[in-house]
Design a protein around this ligand. Structure first.
Ligand code: KIV
Ligand code: ZN
Length: 503
């Protein structure tokens, strides 16, 4: 059976997409989760892009032990220097260099001839190799490049020391059959191809990124580049969870396997959605809320008789928690830790303490605490332990035909601050009061509210996108059985992130 390497680019190509930016702490947390997930390579960022990107690649390189750690670089010395500087402390560093090879990119974007492109590949791959053994070369827009020229580019890269050749369908233009044929052609026409990994990197503009990647595996690709929840430029990248579960579920067809611990898939997906505030569509394959739900009577009947009638995978295989009633008011810290461990979460003592405090608060308000409730508390632990402002109390007067007034008290460092404001609704009043007491000009860009579980005492999870003086968006989230409180918490969490960024 073939072993396919999973190259995760959630923190680079994924993070580049609108609304998906993450701060340093969030990137490190996500990288640690990707390591638990068992991906082979983490592309941590594009080190030259900004000092912040450089710093986060460096920090992730220090935080990750087992995975190969890559930074992207254009075929330019400055980029390669920055990439190497950022990954050099990693246990397994990789420099990922790229240059466009399609006629349209070479003529209009690079303004380079084919000969110049070949020379640049030779020089820059060799330059990267002088730093690091593990070099990946990507021919940007490979799928729209002239095939013979493309093979020449890759042969040049191999001769200069590349160990992985990546074939991107940069604009998501190709069909599965075309990608199959392209990989087959490249395997027959690149000199030295037998010594390197062939990788694919498909975008989803026509909704074919996963199908395209899988066809490349059939044609002999040994690495697939993908992102959690399929986030990425425009319509996104190939979705990691779909690739991994397709290979696993249809092992009989693909005769290939990955090193991914599939039980960590759901957690990775939730964590990313929680960090970015980008919701997972309900019918998203593998991780959507409806992916394992059976609504119609015929299906339910079939599943009760034999789950295999309508289920091709088990929800437990991807780590979806079983929503049985688990803990309650009288459960202690030991029981909580055991439950968390059974759900795959390993928390430090400090983190457990924080989750336990909020678990007890929740148990006072909610009788039955389910796995989803506990998961929400864990995912929100960052929000609870970090930041310079915390909500102390709120009093809101709201209704029809009366003014909406909110009085908020916050803990800011050692002092408590308090203010009151009138607004068009309870949240508008609350957010105005917060802006005023902190003397900040924060704009609310979007707001959403979801119930974490069913039932009238469900926890409400609020997610806000706010922008500060630098105009950038920050995601804040908050949890409570009281939806006004979860909204205020989300807003305060967003503001803490603005402050953390130095605004
Ligand atoms: O889509 C693309 O071509 C890329 C490369 C930089 C690998 O992201
Ligand atoms: Zn890409």
């Amino acid at each position: 059976m073939k072993r396919i390497k999973i190259f995760d680019t959630t923190l680079r190509d994924g993070e580049q997409s609108p609304g998906c930016s993450m701060n340093l702490t969030e990137k490190i947390e996500m990288a640690r989760q990707l390591e638990k997930l068992g991906v082979d390579v983490i592309e941590a960022g594009f080190a030259i892009a900004s000092p912040m990107d450089h710093k986060s690649v460096q920090a992730i390189a220090a935080a990750v032990t087992n995975c190969t750690l890559a930074s992207l670089a254009r075929c330019a010395k400055g980029d390669i220097d920055a990439a190497w500087d950022a990954v050099k402390e990693a246990n397994h560093p990789r420099i990922h260099v790229f240059l466009a090879t399609s006629d349209i990119h070479m003529e209009y974007k690079l303004k380079m001839t084919r000969e110049q492109v070949i020379d640049r590949i030779r020089e820059m791959v060799a330059y990267a190799k002088s730093y690091c053994d593990d070099i990946e070369f990507s021919a940007e827009d490979a799928s729209r490049s002239d095939w013979a020229f493309l093979a020449h580019c890759y042969s040049t890269a191999v001769a200069a020391g590349a160990t992985t050749l990546n074939v991107p369908d940069t604009v998501g233009y190709s069909t599965p059959q075309e990608m199959y044929n392209l990989i087959t052609y490249l395997r027959e026409n690149i000199e030295g191809v037998e010594h390197v990994d062939i990788s694919v990197h498909c975008h989803n503009d026509l909704g074919m990124a996963v199908a395209n990647s899988l066809e490349c595996v059939r044609a002999g690709a040994t690495q697939v580049e993908c992102t959690v929840n399929g986030i990425g430029e425009r319509a996104g990248n190939a979705s990691l969870e779909e690739i991994v579960m397709a290979l696993r579920t249809r092992k009989d067809f693909y005769d290939a396997e990955t090193g991914v611990n599939t039980k960590q898939i759901y957690r990775s997906s939730k964590l990313l959605s929680n960090i970015t505030g980008v919701p997972i569509p309900p019918s998203k394959a593998i991780v959507g809320a409806n992916a394992f739900a059976h609504e119609s009577g015929i299906h339910q009947h079939g599943v009760i008789a034999n789950a295999r009638t309508y289920e091709i995978m088990n929800s437990t295989d991807v780590g979806i928690p079983q929503n049985t009633m688990v803990l309650g008011k009288h459960s202690g810290k030991h029981a909580l830790r055991e439950k968390l461990e059974s759900m795959g979460y390993e928390l430090s003592d400090e983190e457990l303490e924080s989750v336990f405090t909020r678990f007890k608060d929740l148990a006072d308000k909610k009788k039955n605490i389910t796995s989803s409730d506990i998961e929400a508390l864990v995912l929100h632990r960052q929000a609870a332990v970090q930041g310079s402002c915390q909500l102390v109390s709120h009093v809101v007067n709201t209704g029809h035909g009366v003014p909406n007034i909110s009085c908020i008290k916050l803990q800011r460092g050692d002092e408590q601050v308090e203010d009151v404001a009138i607004g068009t609704g309870p949240l508008d009043a609350s957010f105005k009061a917060i802006n005023r007491m902190l003397q900040m000009d924060v704009k609310l860009e979007s707001f959403s509210l979801n119930a974490v579980t069913d039932g009238e005492d469900a926890i409400g999870e609020a997610v806000v996108k706010v922008s500060g003086p630098d105009g950038r968006s920050y995601t804040g989230s908050g949890l409570s059985t009281d939806i006004i409180e979860s909204s205020i918490r989300a807003y305060v969490n967003g503001i803490n992130k603005i402050m953390e960024s130095g605004n």
